[in-house]
Design a protein around this ligand. Structure first.
Ligand SMILES: Cc1cc2nc3c(=O)[nH]c(=O)nc-3n(C[C@H](O)[C@H](O)[C@H](O)COP(=O)(O)OP(=O)(O)OC[C@H]3O[C@@H](n4cnc5c(N)ncnc54)[C@H](O)[C@@H]3O)c2cc1C
Length: 133
């Protein structure tokens, strides 16, 4: 139930994906989604490397980490922000939160964009997951 992020996702012959690499608050049900995106990015990386004898080396696996670390961190920080905003009982923060939600609800494009990001069908996505989507 607490946020954790591995300092490194890869080493020679090792790649962490899903919760082994990052744990996120279950608030918005994003844990499995970002794990699937990790798997898609790692698969693509291994497909590119498959004809090389050093396919398991950092040289190849580092591409996977480079592709996934930033989007994962962004999702984790966004969920933390929502968790802190919605569990806060300080009146000015509650007011700001409600105003923010009201405004967002009146901006259909913004709302749809956030929903599509959460569903993993928009944003910086691994090539393989775009093909499946
Ligand atoms: C309360 C709660 C609610 C959640 N709700 C949602 C939700 O609604 N939507 C969503 O997307 N995500 C949700 N999540 C997050 C989601 O469950 C995880 O992100 C997801 O299960 C991670 O998948 P994973 O395969 O990386 O790890 P896991 O599902 O943890 O799988 C790891 C597996 O490895 C096994 N294992 C561990 N050590 C060893 C070993 N030494 N040898 C062999 N096997 C081993 C474990 O038994 C386990 O089966 C929730 C999490 C919690 C805690």
């Amino acid at each position: 139930m607490r946020r954790q992020h591995a300092h490194r996702y890869v080493d020679d012959g090792v790649a962490l994906v899903g919760d082994a690499a990052h744990m996120i608050h279950p608030l918005a049900g994003q844990g499995v989604n970002i794990g699937f995106l990790d798997a898609a990015a790692l698969s693509a990386c291994l497909l590119d490397a498959q004809d090389h004898s050093d396919f398991y080396s950092m040289a190849w696996l580092a591409r996977y980490e480079k592709e996934r670390r930033h989007p994962n961190l962004l999702m984790m920080q966004s969920m933390d922000f929502f968790y802190r905003a919605f569990s806060n009982r300080v009146l000015p923060i509650k007011l700001l939160r409600n105003i923010g939600l009201g405004v967002a609800g009146r901006l259909p494009f913004a709302k749809e964009h956030v929903m599509r990001l959460a569903m993993g069908i928009e944003g910086r996505l691994p090539e393989l997951s775009r093909r499946v989507g």
